[in-house]
Design a binder for this molecule. Sequence first.
Ligand code: PLP
Length: 385
Amino acid sequence: MAKSKSQEFLFRDSPPHPLEIVNSQGSYLIDKDGKKYLDFMAGWCVGNIGWKKQELHDALIKFNGPEYVSPSYIYKRWEHLAEKLVNLLPTKEGTCFRATGGTEANEIALKISRAYNKRKKFLAFKSAYHGQSLACLSLVKIPDHEKHFGTFSQDYIQITAKEGKEEWEKTTAQAVKLIETKEISAFICEPIICNLGVIIPPQSFFTTITNACKKTNTLFICDEVATGFGRTGKWFGFEHYNLNPDIITLAKGLSSGYAPIGATIAKPHVAESMRFDFSNYSTFGWHPISVEVTIANIDYITNKNLIQKANDHGKYLVKKLSSFCTPQGRGLCISFPEKRKGTEERCRKAGLIISTLGEKILLFPPLDISTEEINTAVEILRQEI
Ligand SMILES: Cc1ncc(COP(=O)(O)O)c(C=O)c1O
């Protein structure tokens, strides 16, 4: 497709999908010709509550507070949001750090960890994803990034996430050995690994790893940027495993995409390690508008019972898909193998937005997706995969 003049001024790493979005509504994206597309990606786990929700728009429009508050002042709504977030955790214990998005939230987590145990090394899953900063890219060492951005520091060590009992046993043993050196500051991962095609580690992996972490004063960082806020049928993905992470990172569904925001929540004694001058600063972290929208988003998810809905709708979607493919996932965080190339494009032409990653098809619809919308999407997938 020929580039327009205006496109020349905007950098893109690859050509855009041929879809010009002008609006969104409920579970749909709307293009420049008024065509509606069922949005089964929700911007990659962003729009958990769906688009154009009145309650969120009201929060934006009715807000009459300061345009901006400098991080060093008192702002009561920050305290209110921090308390609200901590109260969503099963332990109801934590200290929040303000961020603008997922990458920054993870950077803060890595800093807290180093400040806490004064170790330099980190352990993560190879080719997973925690953000675009050099530290976040170093964590996962995606080969192309290593090639173009230079060799990453040896302080970042990777284990592999491959499906299958034996593979997990091998990975678990390797990780424990590394953790037992007492040189690792933290192990970071998604509880359900969306960025590797919705891989679900077994309970035994997390139980063994977190026990090893506890014994060696190694921190466990749970990246809930994609899995948080109901995506997997619980507020947080780690709840499926009954875990108690030392640090949790949040973004995306935290505001359901109505404004940019990120957060890092650390256990209080871990957060204490950051109590020194200029340990962290984020000019736009928890901007007042983002804070209002995030508070409204949490209330919306709660009032509309969206966590339960994600469970129910997820079960229904998996049941429907099972008649012609082998879906796996939790809640509305679902993937299944792609049978022939080009599914994403064929589905888009048929009015359904999905994504492919490696050889997997990914589905992350809004949590309040209706039965009719699921039926429509399933029929398109049945035809097009
Ligand atoms: C699991 C995970 N962590 C971190 C990030 C980075 O978040 P952001 O793009 O808001 O910096 C992403 C983004 O896709 C993600 O999926």
